[in-house]
Each structure stands twice: as structure tokens, then as C-alpha cells.
Design a protein around this ligand. Structure first.
Ligand code: ATP
Length: 439
């Protein structure tokens, strides 16, 4: 048996569409630039990724969750620096009018679109935030922004969470939610989109602790990606050089994954100092400092270590990593299989009655409704068993349960394992326990 990995993002995008993971947004109208819809299997996979992150980050003493509004007071973005500084430098080709990020092309060379030389305009700063109007009467309405990151919803709630949950430093606040950026050069399927989901955590600490805490969170976050089943040789650190740090950071490093198109950022871990809370204190006029009872009631603005991971990019990495084409000699026996971590797989089990006949179906119905109390279970009764296995392999279902005529006699079913394709006979009353053990 030999196997090959994913060769291109296009190959994965085709599978995602064919099998109901991800569709183009508004496809019947020809799509909308870099916006994607998650289909029935994509939404399950995404929920499982979010659930794994939420459990690892909030099922503990020192981190609480929030779900802040996407629309925020416009001054938030003034204070955070996004109105003045959240922009990319943009150049236009005077010949073909194509637009590029200046930092991503060599403007001394020919236009990548039309091939003409020396035609670029001077760079202009292009703000990435989407604007909209709030209020019914346009003349009286105010401009608000779709948040470009979830972090600010956490900073403005720092005192609310600290006081209501009686938190002492160090403690964190976690959030999962949509963010929007009017990216100039989006692409590579769901790698860079204009609407995406972030999973962010801000950890508030005593000033001076940032070096130690940064190291601690780097390890925790790297391990999370490994625990999602990603291959270790496809993960790496990408520290930001000191002269490239964002205005708010005193240290930053990315976790990168080796996508088919090259290494790309999945998560950023940033030491944000007291920049954000200080800015919000100044712009709001509210005192956002913390009284440290453990240190003679000293008052100070906490420092922050941030972990910020893209949900969609994690999902892309999980799919790209799991994708295999296996060959067992002849072309006939080729199969595409998604070797997704069982906990992340959209369906855990598929029940496949060997034939669509009375007694077999009745027995299968009962098995399905019992399994569904515990596991997301697919029920597929149509087509040859070989084709049904192939479909389940392609959508990453870890276990297929076949119900055959022997089942009616021995009260047992055949469990087929996705990765090894090995089959085991298991008693129906032990099925749930067996699957749990194998997960
Ligand atoms: P990039 O350099 O790729 O533009 P960034 O450094 O601006 O990313 P952050 O602001 O640190 O990204 O956002 C944290 C995480 O959010 C990223 O690691 C990424 O996983 C995700 N993310 C950011 N922008 C996008 C986008 N346009 N589409 C999908 N995910 C994104």
C-alpha cells in the first residue's frame, strides 16, 4: 500500500464542495469574493474545533468566556489604533488597473497581472475595516465598524469580568467570534477571507511577568495544535523580529503550518503590554486599573499575553493534514481518506445496513437511535457497500458499522476502522463502549 498527500489547495476545495464541507458564498449568483459557506459536514467540523478550543481554554479556574457584540462603540477603534493604523499599503498598475499590496510584490519589476514595467502608482494606505451605518435615519446615523478582531470586546469587558467573577491576577478572558477584514489580496480558499472566525484569549498579568507567561502560553498553544492530530514536521515557530513588531507588542511569535502553498500563520501569540487597557482608560475616561491585594493594594494596569488563532485556518490545516490518497496496487483500489482526529471528525460513526430489507432496517434503525444519544451518527442505506465505505472515508468518519443477516442471529455488528480498514465483530450492547474506547 502506498499513499500520497494533498498536492494543492484546489484538490481540497474540490473535495470540500463535492462532499458538503464548504461552498462558495452566494454561489447561485456567481459567488462573492473570498466569502465561503460551511455546509453540513463543514459546520460539524468547525463546531468540533471550536468546542475543543473552548474546553481547553475555559474549563479551568483562571479563564472565563465572553461573547461580545460585533458592533462596538466607534471610539473603541480609535483607542485601539485601528482607525489610524489598521491598513495595508496599496499600489495600482496604471496600465491594467490591477491592485496589489505593496509589501507582497516587487514594484521595481513588471506588473504580475499585465507584465508592463514601471507602471505602479505611489502606495496609499488602505484601511481594512468594513464600515456601516447605525440608526434608522441616515443623516443622524453614526458610522460603526464590523470588528476586525475579537480582542477589543475582551479588553472593554476586563473590569466587568474581573469584578463579577471576583478574579485575581493572573486570569484570562476567552472569546470565539466573527471578525471582518476587507483584505486586498484574499485567496487560497479559506486561508485568507474577508469574514472569518477567531478564537482569542487575553491573559491579564502583573507587569514584569510577560516573559515567563509568554513562554508558558507558547507551549500550551503549540501542544493544542499537535493534539488536533497535526503532523509535527508541518508545524513551526515564526518569531516576529523586533523591528517588525506591531505597535502594541513587546514580543510576538506565530505558529505556522506547512500548507500545500507554503508555510502560513495559523496562530499569533503576542505580548501586548498594557497598551490596550491604557488606551481604553484614556479614551473612555474610566479607571481600568487593578488593585493588587496580594501586593500591598498596589494599583496598576495589567499586562496582557494574547493567544489568537483563526478557526478557519485551523480547519484548513486539519483538512490538509488529514488528506491522503491511498493505492493498493491497481487503480481500482485507490481511495481518498481524511484521517481526521476522531474527536474532530464531522461524523463519528456511520451505520450501513447491508441491504435495504425489512428486518435489517428495523434493527439498524434501533442501533442508529441508540448511537445518536452519544455520537453524531450518519445513516446511509443506499448504494453498494464499497461505495458507501468510500464516501465515509472521504468525509473522515472513523467507524463504519455494518448490519448484516448474521446480526439478527448473533446480536453483533461489524465495525470497520477508517485508517486500517480492519474489521471487528462487536456485540450490539457493547458498541457504544467499544467506540468510546477506540476514539
Ligand atoms: P496575516 O499576516 O495572515 O494577515 P495577521 O497577522 O493579520 O494575519 P492576526 O491579526 O494576528 O493575523 O489574527 C490572528 C489570527 O486570525 C491569524 O493567525 C489567522 O489565523 C486569523 N486570520 C487573520 N486574518 C484572517 C483572514 N483574513 N482570513 C482568515 N483568517 C484570518
Amino acid at each position: 500500500m502506498s499513499e500520497t498527500d494533498l498536492k494543492s489547495i484546489g484538490e481540497l476545495a474540490a473535495l470540500c464542495k463535492r462532499r458538503g464541507f464548504i461552498f462558495q458564498s452566494s454561489e447561485v449568483y456567481g459567488g462573492l469574493g473570498s466569502c465561503w459557506d460551511y455546509g453540513p459536514l463543514g459546520v460539524e467540523l468547525k463546531r468540533n474545533i471550536k468546542e475543543r478550543w473552548w474546553q481547553s481554554m475555559t474549563y479551568r479556574d483562571d479563564i472565563e468566556g465572553v461573547d461580545a457584540a460585533i458592533l462596538m462603540h466607534p471610539t473603541v477603534w480609535k483607542a485601539s489604533g485601528h482607525i489610524d493604523g489598521f491598513s495595508d499599503p496599496l499600489v495600482d498598475c496604471r496600465e491594467c488597473k490591477a491592485r496589489f499590496r505593496e509589501d507582497l510584490i516587487d514594484t521595481a519589476k513588471a506588473c504580475p497581472n499585465c507584465g508592463n514595467k514601471g507602471t505602479f502608482t505611489e502606495p496609499r494606505e488602505f484601511n481594512l475595516m468594513f464600515k456601516t451605518q447605525m440608526g434608522a435615519v441616515e443623516s443622524e446615523s453614526s458610522t460603526v465598524f464590523l470588528r476586525p478582531e475579537t480582542a477589543q470586546g475582551i479588553f472593554v469587558n476586563f473590569l466587568n469580568v474581573q469584578s463579577t467573577m471576583r478574579k485575581k491576577l493572573p486570569f484570562g478572558i476567552a472569546q470565539i467570534g466573527k471578525a471582518f477584514r476587507n483584505e486586498i489580496t484574499p485567496g487560497n480558499f479559506i486561508f485568507r477571507t474577508r469574514e472569518f472566525e477567531q478564537m482569542e484569549m487575553q491573559y491579564f498579568i502583573k507587569p514584569g511577568m510577560q516573559g515567563e507567561e509568554m513562554e508558558r502560553w507558547k507551549e500550551i498553544r503549540y501542544q493544542w495544535h499537535l493534539d488536533n492530530g497535526l503532523r509535527p514536521d508541518r508545524l513551526q515557530w515564526a518569531p516576529h523580529p523586533a523591528d517588525k513588531l506591531a505597535h502594541y507588542a513587546d514580543a510576538a511569535t506565530d505558529i505556522e503550518y506547512k500548507f500545500p502553498m507554503g508555510w502560513g500563520e495559523m496562530e499569533g501569540i503576542h505580548s501586548r503590554t498594557d497598551f490596550d487597557l491604557k488606551q481604553h482608560q484614556e479614551f473612555s475616561g474610566k479607571n481600568l486599573s487593578y488593585v493588587d491585594q496580594a501586593d500591598n493594594n498596589k494599583r496598576y494596569i495589567p499586562y496582557v499575553i494574547e493567544t489568537s488563532v483563526g478557526c478557519d485556518r485551523t480547519l484548513l490545516a486539519v483538512l490538509a493534514d488529514a488528506y491522503r490518497v491511498e493505492f493498493a496496487g491497481d487503480k481500482e483500489r485507490e481511495r481518498v481518506v481524511l484521517k481526521i482526529h476522531p474527536e474532530l471528525a464531522p461524523n463519528k460513526v456511520a451505520v450501513l445496513p447491508l441491504m435495504k430489507k425489512g428486518e435489517l432496517m428495523e434493527r439498524s434503525d434501533r442501533i442508529v437511535s441508540n448511537l445518536r444519544k452519544k455520537f453524531k451518527t450518519d445513516y446511509d442505506v443506499a448504494g453498494s457497500i464499497g461505495k458507501r465505505y468510500r464516501r465515509q472515508d472521504e468525509i473522515g468518519t472513523p467507524f463504519c458499522v455494518t448490519v448484516d443477516y448474521d446480526t439478527l442471529e448473533d446480536q453483533a455488528v461489524t465495525v470497520r476502522h477508517r485508517d486500517s480498514m480492519q474489521q471487528t465483530r462487536v456485540a450490539i450492547n457493547k458498541l457504544e463502549e467499544y467506540i468510546n474506547q477506540q476514539m
